[in-house]
Design a protein around this ligand. Structure first.
Ligand code: MSP
Length: 520
């Protein structure tokens, strides 16, 4: 099957996005672009989670009616994704009417099946996490077990979904299919959680307490619990119960990217909801780590958020004005600084040193000096004397060619960048060792031209592999190489050595000048 269906979580619209949110979408965008390079038909879904108590509260605090409030914040997310070059194919809002219809269909189906029942409930609710907790879980009234903030006591009649009925099935399924939950540490976490009995989950809220939600199909006095509503987006967006043909084509999802804080909902509730609906399981649920500041998770409530647009503007102020390399430097940093499952510590110092070492010294330097020589000695016109891969390139080029796809498929973006940068460093060393200007002095003109052709071909291949990470930089390098640089010019059909038999170079200013200022 050629399709590749990739999803991000739906972001709560209670506040504007920060770099933690940007991280999940940059990761997903990187994967989506990689799959397009591979020739897959990608369906990349993102969107916003717009119901629930948390949003209703935030709207009240901002003195807007809830719909105007969610419209406003949703627009902030959309414009951020545009600024970050997030190439999503569809943006879903849980307030979209088609989504509401699918949620209603799901509730009706599960109720008829006997998987939803009504019962009196007493326990606790954490509004920031939109999570229910039992009295045993909130020990000695110490607050939410996840975020430690105070919880509300709730006592009411509600509708429950029979999670417990499917516990044995889920354990068996996950034992047989361990690669569904990645990385391994998160798989272990889920399996450990499943050692204790699962309680059925409350999936309704009485309207008298919360009106901002989807009507609970079978009872007009209730709305649907926000997590139940939101998870269903992954099937509603591809037509579940509305467009069977489309749904059959795209489902199951090939990968759900999520942060580690929403693992339980995705690795326990979601598979069980799907099983109850008789649907296939997603192929992979991949959980990434957090961006922290000091030792704390970056979040609005902790007041330590970094606004991605302000950061990119700051970076742009250090790069040549027309080029706007700040965005790609930011994307690169997120994907290069920490291996994906781990937590990362954000600091301006760290981003500066990453830019100076990898982007200025290695990539920027390679491109600038190679293309500069091509213009200086050959007015940019390069053809090969022979198209053989230089023996000095063999090892790092072959490693890149042989392992890149494998590591990208397993979401190991960090190692993919290692492979690319080790080839970049090989080319820089090649220039330093061979000193091509000596060839010129010795009158070996064709050899020198060939040398520069090979560097340009290496640079082209590097830009192809870098495209998922830094799309606008790859396009800029293609432009300077004199190649067409629309997104659809980037394809792995052209990844073999000497796919191009010549170049007409148009060198420009250095891509990533070093950042020397202490402002970082
Ligand atoms: N609305 C739910 C998801 C529903 S999916 C059906 C939600 N939204 S969220 O806005 O709180 O978080 C969305 C994503 O942002 C999650 O993957 C979360 O892990 C990620 N991040 C939020 N803060 C983060 C960091 N500080 N670092 C990295 N990612 C974090 O949960």
């Amino acid at each position: 099957m050629n399709k590749f269906y990739i999803t991000t979580p739906l972001y709560y619209v209670n506040a504007s996005p920060h770099i933690g949110h940007a991280y999940t979408n940059v990761i997903s965008d990187c994967m989506a672009r990689f799959m397009r390079l591979e020739g897959r038909e990608v369906f990349f879904l993102t969107g916003t989670d717009e119901h629930g108590g948390k949003i209703q509260k935030a709207a009240q605090e901002s003195n807007l009616d809830v719909q105007s409030f969610v419209d406003k914040i949703c627009a902030n997310f959309k414009s951020l994704w545009k600024e970050l070059d997030i190439s999503y194919d569809f943006f879903i809002r849980t307030t979209d009417s088609f989504h509401k219809q699918v949620v209603i269909n799901v509730i009706n189906f599960l109720y008829r099946k006997g998987d939803i029942y009504k019962e009196k409930y007493k326990g606790f609710y954490c509004v920031p996490c939109e999570s229910f907790w039992s009295e045993q879980q909130v020990k000695d009234n110490k607050g939410c077990p996840d975020c430690k903030r105070p919880v509300e006591t709730v006592q009411e009649e509600n509708y429950f979904f029979r999670l417990s009925k499917y516990q044995d099935w889920l354990m068996g399924y996950l034992k047989d299919n361990p690669s569904v939950i990645q990385p391994q540490i998160r798989y272990n976490e889920v399996m450990a959680f499943l050692q204790n009995p699962l309680s059925d989950i409350c999936i309704s809220r009485p309207k008298k307490r919360l009106s901002w939600g989807i009507d609970f199909a079978i009872d007009k006095d209730y709305v649907v619990y926000v997590w139940f509503d939101a998870l269903i987006n992954y099937i509603s967006a591809v037509g579940f119960s509305l467009d069977n043909e489309k749904f059959k084509y795209f489902w199951p999802a090939d990968i759900h990217f999520i942060g580690k804080d929403i693992l339980r909902q995705h690795a326990i509730f979601w598979p069980i909801i799907l099983k109850a609906l008789d649907l296939e399981m997603p192929k992979v649920i991949f959980s990434h780590g957090w961006w922290k500041v000091g030792e704390e998770k970056m979040s609005k409530s902790r007041g330590n958020i970094v606004n991605p647009l302000e950061l990119i503007n700051l970076l742009n102020s250090h790069f040549p004005s027309a080029q706007k390399r700040g965005l790609d430097a930011f994307r690169f940093f997120l994907l290069r600084e920490v291996p994906i499952g781990f937590d990362g510590n954000f600091s301006l110092e760290a981003i500066k040193s990453r830019i100076n070492s990898d982007l200025a010294n290695d990539l920027g330097n390679l491109v600038y000096r190679s293309l500069n020589m091509a213009e200086k000695y050959f007015q940019g016109k390069l053809e090969p004397l022979n198209t053989d891969l230089p023996k000095e390139f063999l090892e790092t080029f072959k490693n890149l060619e042989n392992y890149y796809t494998k590591v990208m498929q397993s979401c190991d973006f960090y190692s993919a960048l290692e492979l690319i940068f080790s080839f970049i460093r090989t080319m820089n060393k090649y220039i330093e060792d061979k000193k091509p200007w000596i060839l010129w002095k010795e009158g070996k003109i064709d050899e020198m031209k060939n040398f520069l052709y090979q560097l340009s071909e290496g640079i082209r291949i590097v830009s192809l592999y870098l495209y998922p990470f830094m799309p606008s930089t790859s396009k800029e390098i293609y432009r300077q190489l004199g190649l067409s640089n629309n997104d659809n010019n980037f394809t792995f059909k052209e990844k073999s050595w000497s796919s191009y038999k010549g170049f007409c170079i148009k060198k420009d200013v250095p891509l990533f000048p070093r950042i020397e200022t202490d402002a970082f």
